[in-house]
Design a protein. Structure first.
Length: 327
């Protein structure tokens, strides 16, 4: 019998109108806003995910390398020293590499892994990556973070659970959605459980701009791929050559913003939404915010969400923090 199990949402099952109807509705709603926007969660189709994997290998983007090194160096402490076998639930598991590193370098018995991701491809990749490890049960949930974690909590055993929310993915949530998400994670946990949160820290603007506007233009391709996806999946007429990638540091809000700036006045239609847009020369579509934090801000956010206390491991050169919040 297989030890891998799968649960999926209605949207993921491709039920009539589900995922693409939501995609179309959100694209229409966000493009009508002023300033125009697109939700960054739609970057991650198969091509977008491959481009993101490439970004993680860029010498100018240190998040993944710094976090993986911290996980490898401190795995036993990060997994906790309780003797009971552990359940690990990972929100946004991606390739499963970081989770595998943590389990391989740790000394704790992990009996169940719950993988939560909206991408079926990511869940399949992570399940394969974990295949050789001595884990009794792997459950894949094709859901959004909050929904997936509720499923994971419902099907957990009696032992403690560690939730991983890595890669500074929290940084792509604007306030107050970031605080709501932390609170909904906390509400799924019970005493003895913990959350391991990976966050990128504020660093010099020059470094941030190189990380989000790299000389190889991989991040630019990642950003413009969102327009290609809208063209292919929703019948959009975006001319990809008519938009340039721009990254800027908003020091007041502590976030890097990514935009697509129109190089000329142009009309864009999106068939699936009946949307007709007149976009002016120089007008931008804001596609992503990536918030950067100070270590004490992260501890305060955990306390506000109801966690008992937080312990931090910080890479001071790359400026990246792992915080383990106890319940
Ligand atoms: C997934 N997320 C945390 C990345 C970030 O750094 O905000 C996405 C990304 N955007 C551009 N480069 C990487």
């Amino acid at each position: 019998m297989s030890r891998a199990h799968f649960s999926e949402s209605a949207a993921a099952k491709n039920e009539p109108g589900s995922f693409s109807a939501l995609f179309a509705a959100e694209v229409a709603e966000y493009l009508r806003r002023m300033p125009r926007q697109l939700p960054s969660k739609y970057f991650y189709d198969p091509l977008g995910s491959a481009l993101f994997e490439a970004i993680c290998r860029l010498p100018w983007y240190s998040v993944t390398r710094a976090e993986s090194a911290l996980l490898a160096a401190h795995a036993p402490a990060l997994l906790g020293d309780d003797a009971a076998p552990l359940t690990i639930a990972e929100l946004g598991c991606g390739s499963g590499d970081k989770l595998a590193t943590l389990i391989e370098r740790g000394t704790r018995q992990v009996d169940t892994v719950q993988l939560i991701d909206v991408s079926a491809a990511a869940l399949a990749m992570a399940t394969t990556r974990l295949d050789h490890l001595p884990i009794a049960r792997i459950v894949a949930h094709q859901h959004t973070y909050a929904e997936g974690l509720r499923h994971a909590a419902d099907s957990r055993g009696d032992g403690p659970m560690l939730v991983l929310f890595l890669g500074s993915n929290i940084g792509n949530f604007d306030p107050p959605a970031d605080a709501c998400l932390l609170r909904s994670i906390r509400e799924c946990l019970r005493p003895g459980d913990a959350l391991l949160l990976g966050t990128d820290l504020v660093k010099p603007e020059r470094e941030l701009l190189l990380a989000y506007d790299d000389p190889l233009q991989i991040t630019a391709a990642f950003n413009r791929n969102l327009l290609r996806r809208i063209n292919d999946e929703l019948g959009g007429t975006f001319d990809l050559d008519g938009f340039v990638h721009r990254a800027c540091w908003n020091g007041r809000e502590h976030r890097v913003e990514m935009h697509l700036v129109s190089t000329r006045a142009q009309e864009v239609r999106v068939a699936a939404t009946d949307l007709v847009l007149e976009i002016a020369e120089g007008e931008s579509i804001w596609t992503e915010s990536s918030y950067k934090y100070e270590p004490e801000e992260i501890l305060a956010a955990g306390a506000a969400a109801g966690f008992a206390h937080g312990e931090q491991w910080i890479d001071q050169v790359a400026r990246f923090a792992l915080t383990r919040f106890a319940v």
